[in-house]
Design a protein around this ligand. Structure first.
Ligand code: PLP
Length: 357
């Protein structure tokens, strides 16, 4: 078996130690004589596992009392619908930083008035726009942001302070760095970018927000259903939650989001340095002060070069360096589980490729 250098954007690399543990106990979960996928979600053993998952997440992110942690299905995309179905009563404000916020805003338009409080659309989403004075209109229910823009490779360096509830799609940088939870009323992350397999979304939601939600929403689409039933109103994605449990344990052993932030900073710096020192051979898509530590987007002089780059990278066991179809070019995703060794190897490959071409 040869494991590759995995730079996939999502689903993406998972920690090897976690994959091995999951494999080792797949036939017999915690001495039950059953696989994790064979036990009841109502069993005491599963309940304990889910509770531990929540407690570990609470410790890792210092989640204050007054916030619920819930597990949902339907991916990040269903949250585009749910946040607005539940909380858009008058107007929703959006910072448009790319494909995902664009989609969230489009979905929300079905439930009320939406507007862009700021946008970098006209500049190809190459930066995080500033929120100017007066950007948030009166009677606005919330401001919605996307903390890391997986496709365009930009990331909020720090979060805005606003007078309305702040909502965050943190799918692609969740647990990659500390986050001031108390500044948000609602956060969600699809697991498959940084914390587990596809099929589950982790949401952190303020109790007071849930209490004020629109009551005319079907049960499966209401956050209070998940809160009241502790995410087991119906069968939760047991395997995905178990997997997250293992990733969180790994994260805690490794030093948590604080240590991940230091590693991710070093990893990203290696690749950006190659881009910046390449005399324009590699051109980063994002403005320097908006650069993502998770997804590095770049172009080569022509698309023929880019094709050659992808082809040669694959011959050298690098995977996932092709850019998203909507943007083109190249992209390297450096989630928590991508090792510094893989990043060193990629930086070296990029230098060599440039020299040879
Ligand atoms: C991938 C992604 C989504 C969409 O996730 P799905 O689970 O495919 O619906 C939403 N937001 C961000 C920031 C993402 O990276």
């Amino acid at each position: 078996m040869q494991r590759v250098h995995n730079f996939n954007a999502g689903p993406s690399a998972m920690p090897l130690a976690v994959l091995q543990k999951v494999q080792a106990e797949f036939l017999d979960f915690a001495g039950t004589g059953m696989s994790i996928v064979e036990i009841s979600h109502r069993s005491e053993r599963y309940q304990q596992l889910q509770e531990e998952t929540k407690q570990t997440l609470r410790r890792l992110l210092h989640i204050p009392d007054g916030y619920h942690i819930i597990f949902l299905q339907g991916g990040g995309s269903l949250q585009f619908v749910m946040h607005s179905a539940n909380f858009l009563r008058r107007r929703g404000a959006y910072v448009n930083t790319g494909v995902w916020s664009d989609k969230a805003m489009a979905a929300a338009a079905a439930y009320g008035e939406v507007y862009e409080a700021a946008s970098s659309k006209k500049d190809g989403f190459s930066y995080i726009p500033r929120l100017t004075e007066g950007a948030i209109r009166e009677a606005t229910d919330y401001l919605y942001i996307t903390s890391n823009n997986t496709i365009h490779g930009t990331q909020w360096a720090s979060y805005p302070k606003v007078s309305v509830p702040l909502f965050g799609d943190v799918s692609s940088d969740f647990l990659s760095r500390p986050i001031p939870i108390e500044r948000f009323d609602f956060l969600f992350a699809g697991a498959q970018k940084n914390i587990g397999p596809a099929g589950v979304v982790v949401a952190i939601i303020k109790d007071s927000l849930v209490a004020g939600a629109n009551p005319d929403v079907p049960a499966m689409l209401r956050y209070d259903t998940y809160v009241k039933h502790d995410s087991v109103y119906n069968t939760p994605p047991v395997f995905a939650i178990y997997f997250i449990h293992e990733v969180l344990q790994w994260l805690e052993r490794e030093g948590g989001p604080e240590e991940m932030a230091r590693r991710n900073e070093r990893k990203a710096a290696m690749i950006y340095e190659v881009i910046d020192d390449s005399d324009g051979f590699y051109r980063g898509h994002a403005d320097k002060n908006s650069r993502s530590r998770m997804n590095i987007t770049f172009n080569l002089p022509t698309s023929a070069y880019e094709e050659a780059f992808i082809r040669e990278s694959e011959q050298h066991h690098f995977v996932g360096l092709k850019g998203h179809r909507s943007l083109g070019g190249c992209r390297a995703s450096l989630y928590n589980a991508v090792t510094e060794e893989s990043c060193t190897a990629l930086a070296q490959f990029m230098k060599t490729f440039r020299k040879n071409h």
